[in-house]
Design a binder for this molecule. Structure first.
Ligand code: PLP
Length: 246
């Protein structure tokens, strides 16, 4: 590095590092506005379609938890990042034929939406691994195009999941339908929190410490309603190019 260019040591405004720091600050502001503790929600950096070098840059800037949606994309990047202590979260649609890879190569799965998938993840979690941390995905907006259990079916699925020894059910996850009216945007997040509170009464043995909700566009609303993990891609890595992802 040349002494003539001192600014080269600083993160340029569009670098992953500076975007990550701005996103962390944004999360802190959202927590403060909601009257919540600064450590009561964490940032999951959604790195789907982004190259391994950008994940490494975010890691070097302090980020540890990364979320991936596409199994081949994720498995292609993980080997080159093996020297890093990354916590990997699977947040994509999970088909039965991908559960073994999810159970083997991830620490968390946010998108468990049926008992069959939970049973397979449980059976396929390798010996010697800590239990797989999971969220039950809820279709809180009752959108026919979205996955997730309907709220009224959650309790019966939870009951079955709690019997599976290699899974730890941490809480609920949702991707709400987009509401045009800003005054309606918080409602689905509030509904997910209330469902969590209800399940927590009914099944006090699970931790229930996780509400995985909020993305770049709706992080503030989700944090205001109690999100503990916000899943943020675009704000950290920029707009995605889906050309080569899947
Ligand atoms: C892509 C994705 C995100 C991140 O979305 P951004 O709008 O880029 O922040 C979060 N959650 C899920 C399930 C996703 O698929």
């Amino acid at each position: 590095m040349s002494l003539d260019t001192p600014s080269s040591a600083c993160a340029s405004p569009n670098s992953v590092t500076s975007r990550l720091h701005a996103t962390q600050q944004h999360l802190q502001q959202a927590l403060a506005s909601a009257g919540r503790a600064s450590d009561s929600a964490q940032l999951l950096a959604v790195s789907k379609t982004r190259p391994a070098e950008e994940i490494r840059e975010a890691y070097n800037a302090g980020q540890r938890a990364f979320g991936e949606n596409y199994m081949q994309d994720a498995l292609g990047k993980q080997p080159s990042l093996e020297d890093l202590d990354i916590e990997w979260h699977f947040i994509g649609a999970l088909q039965s034929n991908k559960t073994r890879e999810a159970a083997t190569h991830f620490d968390w799965v946010h998108t468990v939406d049926r008992v069959k998938i939970a049973r397979r993840l449980d059976a396929q979690r390798p010996e010697g691994h800590a239990p797989l941390q999971i969220c039950l995905q809820v279709n809180i907006s009752r959108d026919p195009n979205k996955s997730g259990v309907l709220p009224e079916d959650a309790a019966s699925v939870v009951e079955e999941i709690l019997a599976l020894p290699h899974l730890t059910l941490r809480g609920l996850m949702t991707i709400p339908a987009k509401a045009e009216d800003p005054s309606l945007r918080r409602a689905p997040f509030k509904a997910l929190r209330e469902l969590r509170d209800q399940l927590c009464q009914q099944f006090p043995d699970a931790p229930w410490d996780t509400l995985s909700m909020g993305m770049t566009a709706d992080m503030d609303d989700a944090v205001a309603e109690g999100a503990t993990i916000v899943r943020i891609g675009t704000a950290i890595f920029g707009e995605r190019d889906y050309g080569t992802a899947h």
